[in-house]
Design a protein around this ligand. Structure first.
Ligand SMILES: Cc1cc2nc3c(=O)[nH]c(=O)nc-3n(C[C@H](O)[C@H](O)[C@H](O)COP(=O)(O)OP(=O)(O)OC[C@H]3O[C@@H](n4cnc5c(N)ncnc54)[C@H](O)[C@@H]3O)c2cc1C
Length: 303
């Protein structure tokens, strides 16, 4: 079986940056993503205003720019989900959902996965009324609908803004005494006419009642609040999809240890352990490509 020089798994900003840099260095990279589409998590951002050199723009527009960037270098994305990467003496064996491939270097740019709500009723509503990424919700027409956002961090605030701009009437519920989001984003949400924020509210249960979601919140001394909405977005933080550490339904998905000498690199949010920034992910991807090139050069020279 052919051994590819570099396989990059995950086509978010980190993987895209790694792929283009590898291509520029003549390494003929393969880029894969379980969705078959490049872009990654940034598709969810209301407005990205901190990427140096770019004017502020919505996340989906950044993702579109990243796809154009790949095309400019003649690169595409193969649709594959990585199940397992095993280090053999001379190469990595990548077990994909419906295939196997081998690579001298592997760059794991797998990003993060959402922390799930664990209250009664959550699992049953997931995917129809309860979502963990705003892009899934904003595909619905928002006009006049009520959306509930659970969470009080940067991503929760950002998502509340996206939903309000899409026409939803948004109520954001945080467990703690106040917002964790700060600065311009916090100001934008708090001054938006279609967003209401409620704190010291811990979700107890979700259920469907007359076609809408009924949520019960524990409000401490104020007792229990019952709130209804058409759709719920939970934004409770994210777990890194990190090599050797990701356990999903009691199954270890990846057996590669980060940065082991064979030529494996873990980059972007997966490496940093939670929600990061596009600029950091891109820098990581570039650095991994440079390291992969140097690793392959040394191998070729017998060192
Ligand atoms: C609401 C929101 C707003 C944000 N706003 C900003 C902002 O304003 N500015 C900013 O800099 N950053 C922002 N971010 C953060 C930014 O989106 C991330 O830091 C960035 O996308 C991380 O890039 P990444 O390539 O490491 O991972 P990701 O973008 O998460 O990409 C990982 C990719 O790996 C793929 N993948 C996962 N598992 C597998 C598998 N087993 N096999 C194959 N493929 C797999 C996924 O499909 C995905 O495409 C925001 C994030 C959110 C959620």
């Amino acid at each position: 079986m052919r051994v590819d020089p570099v396989v990059i798994v995950g086509a978010g900003p980190a993987g895209i940056a790694a792929a283009v840099q590898c291509e520029r260095l003549g390494l003929e990279p393969r880029l894969m993503d379980r969705t078959g589409v490049a872009g990654g998590l940034i598709e969810n951002a209301a407005c990205v205003e901190n990427y140096p050199g770019l004017e502020p723009m919505p996340g989906p527009k950044i993702a579109e720019r990243l796809r154009e960037f790949l095309h400019r270098f003649g690169l595409g994305v193969e649709r594959h989900r990585l199940i397992r990467a095993v280090a053999r003496p001379e190469y990595f064996e990548l077990e994909l959902e419906e295939a196997v491939c081998r690579a001298r270097c592997v760059v794991l740019a797998l990003g993060t996965r959402a922390k799930k709500l664990s209250c009664p009723g959550a699992e049953a509503l997931e995917g129809t009324r309860l979502f963990y990424e705003v892009r899934a919700v904003s595909k619905r027409r928002g006009d006049g609908d009520d959306a509930m956002v659970i969470g009080a961090g940067e991503a929760a605030f950002d998502s509340a803004l996206s939903l309000a701009r899409a026409g939803f009437e948004v109520s954001l519920f945080g467990r703690g005494p106040g917002p964790k989001a700060v600065g311009r984003l916090r100001d934008a949400v708090e001054s938006h006419a279609r967003v209401k924020t409620v704190f010291n509210a811990s979700v107890e249960s979700l259920e469907l009642e007359d076609g809408r979601v009924l949520a019960r919140f524990d409000r401490g001394e104020e007792g229990t609040s019952r709130v209804r909405a058409d759709v719920v977005l939970a934004s409770l933080g994210r777990h890194p999809r990190r090599a050797g550490m990701l356990v999903e339904k009691d199954r270890v998905l990846y057996e590669v240890e980060p940065d082991e000498p064979l030529g494996s690199f873990v980059v972007g949010d997966a490496r940093h352990g939670g929600l990061g920034q596009v600029g950091i992910a891109v820098g990581d991807g570039l650095a991994a490509a440079m390291s992969a090139a140097s690793f392959l050069r040394k191998k070729q020279n017998g060192r």
